[in-house]
Ligand binder design. Sequence first.
Ligand code: CMC
Length: 402
Amino acid sequence: RGLRVADRGFMNTAVIESTITYIDGDNGILRYRGYPIEQLAESSSFLEVAYLLIYGALPSTRQFDLFEHEVMTHSIAHVDTEGFFHSFRYDAHPMAILTSAFAALGSYYAEANPSLQGQALFTKSDPASLANMDKQIYRLIGKATTLAAMAYRVRQGRDFVVPPVGMSYTESFLYQLDHLGEGDYRPNPVLSKALDVLFLLHADHELNASATTVLQTGSSLVDPYSAISTGCASLYGPLHGGANEAVIRMLISIGKPENVPAFLEAVKRREKVLSGFGHRVYKTSDPRSFIVRRTADEVFKVTGKDELLETAMKLHDMALKDDYFVSRKLAPNVDFWSGLIYRAMGFPLDFFPVLFAVPRVVGWLAHWRQMMLQPGGVKIWRPRQIYLGAGKREYVPIDKRK
Ligand code: CMC
């Protein structure tokens, strides 16, 4: 009643009060809990940032050690989950597997659904309830890499690798992905550091489509595994986490740098999309894109330059000087360069969105926890619509219809 205009795409609707991530899209500023993303990328680590995003403050050494221990201890997946992974076709998209795996994981942990168990919902005032919530958080962060590695290996027909002891989060992930099962394999430190930086940059980005989806689903008070799986599904789309994969497909289709001008003309005729450019919030360069570009140079020192780099650079430089893109404030986003790093590191193209989803689990959990513990409790997210359909009509039996 009284609604006249629909806010399509949530251009002007704030659905929650948050203290997690700050973005100033006009000035290219991104801060996690007040800390500039540049400082965190320079000095922090993915897991420390995970703690910061979820609990609101940088951890003490003791707090960090405990958090890391809990996350890594919970990284082992129940052996029964192996059969689940084998039920997918060999060519299933890993995001489809990961999305399903998060939902399936929830079936192992009844205590993650306290209201279904007739218990009080997660609440700030009850230490046991908070400990229960923490446990689900450790599990989801810990198992994200394990489930992702299982999705990766099952498609190659390879056995699964038990998460190793004594490695960092990203080292452990790389180990699980590519360990051949023999020798004293340790991932290249430059590559695991680069992945750690990329994970840190992808950990949160306030109310993007997937975080919003997690909150929308979570607002019905379902368990966090189900909520995270819906976030994962949202991130799968090419306008969101699928963009890093789309950038590489675009660069492959362009081929040589000399084909860039013709491609940009096709974009201007709206026959093509310039993937990795544009953002709902940033109206200047995404601050993460500069850090990713620098990280790419570190990675290329180890892996050699990607043959698509020249094409990417020409595309980048030409678009930033072209009036069509300038007037629409279209600049590179985080996905423009990240795909080139993943490609240089040898990841298959369709695994790129998984490399976005795994760290984003942290952001989804930070938003979910904040909502669950917000003063006054959770209010179910039930938006309104503007009904433009038919007025009242009489039912016509099928044999009387024209
Ligand atoms: N290529 C060509 N034109 C574009 C692009 C693009 N990548 N992005 C926006 N535009 C045009 C759009 O056609 C519109 O033009 P006009 O006003 O003449 O109709 C204008 O720029 C405004 O764009 P919009 O579509 O209204 O912007 P939006 O905020 O609804 O969409 C976006 C944001 C990210 C979905 C869009 O920019 C896009 O599709 N980009 C390519 C996909 C991509 O790189 N996604 C990753 C986003 S960053 C990481 C993440 O969050 O997952």
